[in-house]
Ligand binder design. Sequence first.
Ligand SMILES: Nc1ncnc2c1ncn2[C@@H]1O[C@H](COP(=O)(O)OS(=O)(=O)O)[C@@H](OP(=O)(O)O)[C@H]1O
Ligand SMILES: Nc1ncnc2c1ncn2[C@@H]1O[C@H](COP(=O)(O)OP(=O)(O)O)[C@@H](O)[C@H]1O
Length: 199
Amino acid sequence: MTAKNITWHQGISYEERISLRGQKGYTLWFTGLSGSGKSTIACALEELLLKKKYSVYRLDGDNIRFGLNKDLGFSEDDRNENIRRISEVSKLFADSCAISITSFISPYLKERNNARLLHEEVGLPFIEIFVDAPLHIVEERDPKGLYKKARAGEIKEFTGISAPYEKPVNPEIHIKSDENTIEESVDIIYKYLLDKKLL
Ligand SMILES: Nc1ncnc2c1ncn2[C@@H]1O[C@H](COP(=O)(O)OS(=O)(=O)O)[C@@H](OP(=O)(O)O)[C@H]1O
Ligand SMILES: Nc1ncnc2c1ncn2[C@@H]1O[C@H](COP(=O)(O)OP(=O)(O)O)[C@@H](O)[C@H]1O
């Protein structure tokens, strides 16, 4: 059931907040297969930005599923609900003038696009970062042993094996984690943000 009789309360605008806080807020949306390097690169970027005194916070797929989204599994519907909620949370962080870094597989184009629309319709920048690595590489890395379990049929609906991953069509940043080192990837993103005057 949806709520009725509710009215939007307009508080301080995003522009006013930027001028008072002295920092722009936006979402850096990482997407890619499990093991592609989303968390590793996102974490290194977060540390760099924190050391430079930016307000930044990272929302991570595994971690969020321990709390806010612990009622969700990995069916298509549950993944879509997972991403819908995270899109809303990330938008709130961005609106608060923080740099919000999300690190979710987010395998469906439609949901990622919805996340973008949610931001862009209110003027919040949304930067999609595709962390790309071929399946055979992420399977070799298998940092959590999940691909092995998925191949053995112990995990159902595993992205890349028994569930789809729809690649981004036109991401703002395309990282190839089988070619770029972690440091190079962080540098690519940092330079992009500087170039777009987002830092
Ligand atoms: N079936 C299945 N498919 C994919 N991934 C699985 C699955 N089961 C558990 N895991 C673990 O959950 C992490 C992915 O959660 P996400 O919230 O990012 O997934 S999604 O965006 O809703 O598709 C993912 O984390 P990352 O490896 O960091 O991507 C896995 O550790
Ligand atoms: N160039 C690279 N970029 C990112 N991660 C890399 C790279 N080379 C090796 N790795 C390793 O791959 C693994 C990626 O795991 P993780 O960051 O958890 O991926 P994801 O969050 O996409 O599931 C880590 O163990 C990391 O050290």
